[in-house]
Design a protein around this ligand. Structure first.
Ligand SMILES: [Zn+2]
Length: 158
């Protein structure tokens, strides 16, 4: 979570974990798709104003990127540690569609960069594999849960 208004300096860089108990009491009005008025919304831990998810939206200039930047640093550090040839890397992409292909491009790029990498694309609709990756890829046209259950069952039978 992060502060929606970021009025105080303490609010401007603060993010904090979600309290699941707080959200179990939220009720959504099915006609308006809004939270019922008598439900308490999450509050900023510093100023008490409304809080929001710490999730990047399109054109979102108020997103606090501290945690995302740390995760990206960790990801890039991890990638640097993987051998470029005979990597043994397996990229499993689940549910990444073509409407906003950022995740698909990242997965395809990683598989292209590491020799010996394998690629598993799981998607019930957008399951095509680029021809340049077909020799070391598998496409599973199922939803994520059913694909993972099937993979698990197959591995258990080996
Ligand atoms: Zn605040």
């Amino acid at each position: 979570m992060q502060c929606h208004k970021q009025l105080q300096s303490d609010c401007q860089k603060a993010i904090w974990p979600t309290d699941p108990a707080q959200y179990s009491v939220l009720r959504i009005n099915s006609e308006t798709d809004r939270v019922e008025e008598d439900c308490p919304l999450p509050k900023c831990i510093h100023c008490g104003s409304i809080a929001r998810p710490n999730v990047l939206m399109f054109g979102d200039f108020d997103f606090i990127a501290n945690r995302q930047n740390e995760q990206l640093d960790n990801y890039y550090h991890w990638l640097r540690e993987i051998p470029k040839t005979d990597s043994g890397l397996v990229v499993v992409e689940i549910g990444a569609g073509t409407a906003i292909p950022t995740v698909r491009r990242e997965c395809e790029d990683i598989v292209s960069r590491f020799g010996g990498a394998k690629f598993i694309r799981i998607n019930p609709d957008d399951f095509s594999i680029p021809s340049r990756l077909k020799n070391h890829s598998v496409s599973i046209p199922l939803d994520g849960l059913n694909a993972l259950i099937g993979i698990n069952e197959l591995m258990q039978s080996l």
